[in-house]
Ligand binder design. Structure first.
Ligand SMILES: NC(=O)c1ccc[n+]([C@@H]2O[C@H](COP(=O)([O-])OP(=O)(O)OC[C@H]3O[C@@H](n4cnc5c(N)ncnc54)[C@H](OP(=O)(O)O)[C@@H]3O)[C@@H](O)[C@H]2O)c1
Length: 328
């Protein structure tokens, strides 16, 4: 029986690996057909997923020209099992003409629209997707306290936030989770781990496979559609990067062999075994990969294994990767 993880101050329990649902609508090519996506998401619950990540900004254009709203897919898929699952969504990008907008009146509109698209009357975890430079986080946190009191959200969090920003937010309304990029290629938030631990904030690791490259299943020469698939411009998927990352791939694959696991599982197990409050949310639209990722929770790495990987990563030269410049 897999031990659950806790979403920080909220006390909400989830399985150690969550499902990133963005790719069903956004960033990785043409969205998945609605009925297929609903089946896949529902099926993932049977595999053990109970924590689902979406956002109002996860939108794509279907092959027939209609819009794929990720929250609608997730909401419809989880409707029959709503009380058994934890749904996280985000505001602050996508609702207005302003690129980043966390004004109270915009959040109020966003929350109503997200509830509608998700077909639910509460959101378990509501994140500010990105900082709005014109709206102090204290004001945003004030709105979060009201939404919690009103029962519209159970808990809240921040995405791409550092410890200082987190402390300001937490002083007004207790933050439960931070959703930041984290993978063997992107470890820049490790410096903030002591603060997150001190404040009892769970770290939800997004892009934990560095957008898939750490699985070892991608090779130089692969083509991605430049109109719909962000991998076409991601530095780690450029042909020359595969060579630059050979040492990294070797590190992961040799540990995978030693532990009788796959590269994806080692990439996830490394962070799962590092801290009991890290919850990776890999995204996949393929059932066999969802299962593979979910089963990373069964891969045991000792603290020596984790340290060995960290010290190898500290010295390693790698290619650039998407989001590698840190908070943005
Ligand atoms: N808060 C934020 O700003 C933010 C930003 C980005 C993402 N996110 C969230 O984090 C989630 C995960 O991040 P991500 O999708 O960017 O990156 P990721 O989880 O690191 O990688 C996803 C990619 O890897 C592939 N993949 C997954 N498992 C695999 C496996 N076992 N073997 C081979 N390939 C595999 C997937 O392709 P297939 O579908 O073909 O398997 C997909 O293209 C998203 O779904 C989203 O919910 C949040």
């Amino acid at each position: 029986m897999i031990k659950k993880r806790i979403l920080g101050n909220s006390g909400i329990e989830v399985n150690p690996v969550g499902l990133g649902c963005m790719g069903f609508s956004h960033a990785y090519g043409t969205p998945t057909d609605k009925s297929d996506a609903i089946k896949l998401i529902r099926n993932s619950y049977d595999m053990g997923y109970d924590f689902f990540d979406t956002a109002e900004a996860y939108i794509g254009v279907n092959s027939d020209g209609t819009v794929s709203y990720n929250e609608e897919l997730v909401g419809e898929a989880l409707k029959p099992i709503r009380s058994h699952v934890v749904i996280a969504t985000k505001f602050g990008i996508g609702e207005s003409a302003k690129e980043r907008d966390s004004r109270p009146e915009t959040i109020r509109k966003s929350v109503e629209k997200s509830l509608k698209r998700l077909g639910t009357d509460y959101i378990d975890l509501y994140y500010q997707h990105r900082e709005d430079p014109d709206t102090p986080i204290e004001e945003v946190a004030g709105v979060m306290s009201e939404l919690i009191k009103e029962g519209k959200i159970r808990a809240w969090g921040l995405s791409e936030a550092d410890a200082e920003y987190m402390r300001r937010a937490n002083a007004v309304c207790k933050v439960s989770a931070i959703e930041n990029r984290y993978s063997m290629m992107g470890r820049f938030y490790e410096k903030d781990f002591p603060a997150f631990e001190e404040l009892n904030i769970a770290y939800v690791a997004y892009s934990p496979l560095a957008n898939g490259i750490l699985t070892g299943k991608y090779k130089a020469g692969m083509q991605f559609d430049s109109q719909t698939d962000f991998r076409a411009i991601m530095p780690q998927f450029q042909d020359e990067s595969y060579k630059q990352n050979e040492e990294l791939f070797y590190l992961i694959s040799s540990m995978a062999e030693e532990k009788n696991a796959t590269m994806s599982q080692i990439s996830l197990a490394w962070m799962l075994n590092k801290k009991p409050w890290i919850i990776p949310i890999p995204g996949s639209r393929k059932p066999e990969r969802m299962k593979e990722n979910q089963e990373a929770a069964n891969v045991q790495l000792s603290s020596e294994d984790v340290k060995k990987i960290d010290s190898a990563l500290d010295k390693m030269k790698m290619s650039d990767y998407f989001g590698g410049t840190g908070r943005k």
